[in-house]
Design a protein around this ligand. Structure first.
Ligand SMILES: [Zn+2]
Ligand SMILES: [Zn+2]
Ligand SMILES: [Zn+2]
Length: 660
């Protein structure tokens, strides 16, 4: 093995250089645009003639279509009005807001993302404008992307999602704080999602508004999950806040006919019949908005007509499913991939009124659906062997040492390696580093109840705790002091989070692409603690001796890129956002030996577009040179999605990935 400092993951299974967050099967060329235009306009009648169900001759490129009619739908107008109202409310009521409302109109900044590394026709430079522009009617289809483009778009989406989620969490937190201090009145439903998306809209940070994308949205993977419909709008995955069918309106379409692009299936329609790959979807309209019951016949207009036209032209539809889960309060939306409408008819619904029905088939050869993964994972948590009888090497790799069992799965080869290591849930620090003055560090706080602003542990963190009341990390910091054994506060103190250990159901699994990896059976929300990185901690001196004598490959935490900077970064919206610089960045010289004892974190794969990151935390001693390496989620991570961390091998990996 090498004697040079190694990046984190390799021992003992140097995972291949494949980046787990990128789907590398796709090949080359940004092929824009297949437009829907019929050879000749078909009369719209009912029932549909069979001729309408076959795709027409290929239509001309969409770029040649007439310019967009610059009006918004009433829905959009209403939405934007609500944004403006909420945004101004937020900016005037939020005591921590760094952007005074009077300056917002001057604060508009051009799209802040760096230019694409290759020519990307999707990305057009727009000058900053004050009035929000309506969505474009230019339709494009992105059929394949180069690896470089994939990285670019994944990062673009990732950054927008981090901004949205960080804003939302910080708005909620600031609001609760302001309520506590009596600065504002209690709000039952603060809709921080609306506020976050409004602030992003103000800065022109919504994605894919300058092109209407047919089919897959670059940077969004099948299975991605979302907790707010506003986030779907921000990303351009589904542009309607309420309506289930998103479509390009007839007046914006070259053929003069509407074209549907995405639907949301969320169980709201009694006549829907969802069998996964085969879906009978009910059109919209005809319902009493208050009773949610059909009271008149549906009409073949708007989204209903658009879906029928998409069928006629063979246009694929993005399907997003909203489902209720046991652990989350609201609905969770999964992007389940592309479908085609294959049939359409007027039916008598359960209510007795006419409803339009659409039979939709999932296009073959796509990744597994997010909703299927979710259900599989739920069942695996209960009885893994009944779901996958072959492949489980252990139903708890930790042998009861973690609070949650860790599954070990390999159905592709004979490798049983993780079974050969002692499972160590917590790192063992050298005594010299954590005893004596380092143990007490001046003592903990004296709080008798849950800690709050003003407690001495809050002061250690710069006057405020790093977590919200639910234990979500508000933003990444150079170091975090949690309350510890010398504090007087109870175990329920909100400043005790990562020290409580694993709460997420994880599975170590073997894959052909990345060797051993880790995936979650739970839906992990961004900002949540996932696991700690464990092993035998060695001082600098010990490390040198070990490397010289045995050539062991050690893990050096100071070589990890500071990905904590990404989480909570709202600089795109708040230009004077500053990076947290207190408590100061510790000087870290230790290494971690995972050659004999280790935990689940050792199997995390590398990605230059990671979904988890390391945050340094102190709680059981006060030596800043020896913090715990706590792993937090920086995205919403759907069940069965591999967790990935940035070990700082970016150049190497990009080099290999783009070796064209
Ligand atoms: Zn306290
Ligand atoms: Zn406390
Ligand atoms: Zn404390």
């Amino acid at each position: 093995m090498t004697t040079t400092p190694a990046p984190l993951p390799p021992p003992p299974h140097p995972s291949s250089s494949i980046d787990v967050n990128l789907n590398l099967n796709l090949n080359l060329d940004l092929d824009l645009v297949t437009p829907p235009k019929p050879a000749k306009p078909e009369p719209l009648h009912f029932p549909l003639s069979p001729s309408l169900q076959t795709p027409q001759t290929p239509p001309p490129p969409l770029q040649s279509l007439p310019p967009l009619n610059a009006t918004s739908t009433p829905d959009e107008e209403a939405l934007f009005n609500e944004y403006f109202r909420l945004a101004s409310l937020y900016l005037t009521s939020n005591p921590n807001s760094s952007t005074p409302s009077s300056s917002t109109s001057q604060a508009l900044i051009p799209f802040p993302f760096p230019p694409s590394p290759s020519s990307l026709p999707l990305q057009t430079q727009q000058p900053p404008i004050k009035k929000r522009k309506p969505r474009s009617s230019d339709m494009v289809r992105v059929s394949s992307l180069t690896v470089r483009d994939q990285i670019y778009f994944r990062d673009l989406v990732r950054r927008a999602r981090i901004t949205f989620e960080s804003l939302r969490i910080q708005i909620t937190h600031n609001q609760l704080k302001a309520e506590m201090l009596g600065l504002i009145e209690h709000q039952k439903n603060s809709r921080s999602d609306l506020k976050a998306s409004a602030l992003m809209a103000d800065r022109e940070l919504w994605l894919n508004r300058d092109k209407r994308i047919i089919g897959s949205i670059p940077g969004i993977s099948i299975g991605d999950c979302f907790f707010f419909r506003m986030e779907l709008c921000v990303l351009g995955l589904h542009g309607q806040v309420q309506a289930g069918i998103d479509y390009v309106r007839a007046v914006q379409s070259a053929s003069g006919e509407p074209v549907a692009t995405s639907i949301i299936v969320s169980g709201g329609y009694e006549d829907d019949d969802d069998k996964g790959d085969v879906l009978i979807y009910t059109g919209h309209g005809g319902r009493d908005p208050n009773l949610h019951k059909h009271c008149v016949d549906q009409k073949l207009e708007g989204g209903n007509l658009a879906l029928e036209r998409s069928m006629a032209y063979g246009i694929e539809i993005r399907v997003i499913r909203g489902i209720r889960t046991r652990s989350m309060a609201g609905k969770v939306y999964f992007y389940d991939g592309l479908y085609k409408v294959v049939d359409c008819w007027l039916d008598r619904g359960k209510s007795g009124f006419g409803v339009y029905k659409y039979k939709m088939l999932r296009i073959e050869g796509q990744e597994e659906m997010g909703t299927v993964n979710y259900r599989t994972a739920e069942n695996l948590k209960v009885n893994p062997l009944s779901i996958w009888p072959v492949g489980y090497l252990s139903v708890d790799l930790s042998m009861g040492r973690e609070t949650v069992p860790i599954l070990l799965f390999n159905d592709i080869d004979d490798d049983r390696d993780p079974l050969h290591f002692e499972y160590l849930p917590r790192p063992i620090f050298p005594a010299s580093a954590v005893q004596g003055k380092f143990a007490t560090g001046g003592g903990g706080c004296e709080c008798t109840g849950n800690c709050t602003i003003g407690c001495s542990c809050a002061e250690r963190n710069g006057g405020e705790f790093a977590y919200d009341a639910g234990g979500t990390l508000l933003r990444g910091k150079p170091l975090i002091y949690e309350c510890g054994p010398y504090c007087n506060c109870p175990a329920t103190c909100p400043n005790r989070v990562s020290q409580k250990g694993l709460r997420t159901h994880l599975e170590v699994f073997r894959s052909r692409e990345t060797g051993w990896g880790v995936r979650s059976l739970d839906l992990i929300r961004a900002g949540t603690f996932v696991c700690e990185f464990s092993g035998i901690v060695l001082t600098k001196q010990q490390s040198e001796i070990v490397v010289a004598n045995s050539g062991e490959c050690l893990v050096y935490p100071n070589q990890l890129p500071p990905r904590w900077l990404d989480w909570g970064d709202i600089s795109d919206v708040m230009p004077d956002y500053t990076v947290a610089d207190f408590p100061p960045q510790p000087d870290i010289n230790f290494s971690i030996d995972v050659s004999r004892a280790r935990n689940v974190a050792c199997y995390l794969s590398h990605s230059c577009s990671p979904n988890v990151f390391v945050q340094f935390v102190l709680f059981d001693h006060y030596n800043p040179g020896y913090p715990h390496l706590m792993v937090f989620a920086m995205e919403n991570i759907p069940p069965m999605r591999e967790l990935s961390i940035d070990y700082g091998m970016v150049d190497e990996v990009v080099g290999k990935l783009t070796n064209e």
